[in-house]
Ligand binder design. Sequence first.
Ligand code: UDP
Length: 416
Amino acid sequence: MVHIDDYRPIVGDSVLDELMMLSAHLRGRRVQHINSTAVGGGVAEILTRMVPLLNQLGVETRWDVIRGDERFFATTKKFHNGLHGIPVDISDAEFNAFLEVDRENAAAMTFDDIVFVHDPQPIALVEERELRGGRWLWRCHIDFSRPVKNVWTFLEKYIARYDSAVFSAPAFARSLSIPQALISPSIDPLSDKNRALPEGTIDEVFRRFSIDRSRPVVTQISRFDYLKDPLGVIKAYKLVKKHLDVQLVLAGGGATDDPEGPAVMQTVREEAEKDKDIIVLFLPPSSDIEINALQRGSTIVLQKSLREGFGLTVAEALWKGRPTIASAVGGIPLQIAHKYSGILTHSIEGTAFWIKQLLHEPAFAQRLGANGHEHIKHNYLITRHIRDYLLLFLSLFHDGDVVDLSAGASSTVTRG
Ligand code: UDP
């Protein structure tokens, strides 16, 4: 079990001391996070690490996961795609069934002083606030700057009932009737996913998955989701493969709140079958050491998403000093300054071009990775994220209109 003091050697005493000071002001307040999956995807990843640390800091925190049936998650996946700007058809019956599931969940739940609801799936729990009290926050991990109308019209009514909304990047925000906090996600440098690993462990994982470490390895780790563009990755790889001997690893699992995963995985498998240097790995939950080893042992890490929230996999790769090529979408440009801390691309051809380029110029690739590591260390570690949340929680109990968190590079609060 990691202790909050274990972060001192990484981020320094002043960061830890500030967390202690801020959390002391929240003693006696209870915080409750609510989302819709305990495993898979970035939200679960962060809560798993953050909830115990907040408790260690003396802020009593729990995490609840709502339940839903297949139809519910099919509808919420449509919300997800719709918020990303993809047209989706949702019937009144589907909207009503969605509400019914949230109401059933609400009836079975108790709520704490600060109710921190993540993403659209549990959004309608807020119907209970008048009756049950508390301060309510809605955290959207998705880029919803250009949502489709039907999804937006439906969700907006619920968003307006929260005290504040939280987004991952300035570009994600929309004009809202409630205050908005811009707080980027983070990675935990001490988790199994990110901690330093012995070379022997990395070798063992590559051997187990039959990946040849003596040849270049290009890897994308993602849920199998069309928006992560695994088929585009395969096309880019094929363009490179005409010139260079390289292997491609596509590794990932699913999330219990994403019903599209198995179909995407099947299509990718079929594409990959034709080439023995494309290695498709289905990773069960709790594959953290495997993911860590795959990221550390890869020559280049890709994240060729078509749409993205923040893109935690990018932060994970950069933290490991890996040369990283990723699409300029969602929160990825916050993490990568093009040709300084990684490479930003906009197409299959561009991705292929830069894979070749970095394989030809290992010293340049190395430098990108080293700069990326520093950038993540200063901006996207869990300690910064906890600090921003503590400030946000405190702001809920103040009367002032605007709370300025701008001392943190990636966080400000403005009235929407
Ligand atoms: N991840 C995982 N197993 C998988 C695929 C992804 O543990 O099979 C992790 C990945 O390492 C990262 C998170 O899930 O920590 C994905 O977050 P990201 O923001 O990249 O994408 P999301 O899945 O939330 O869209």
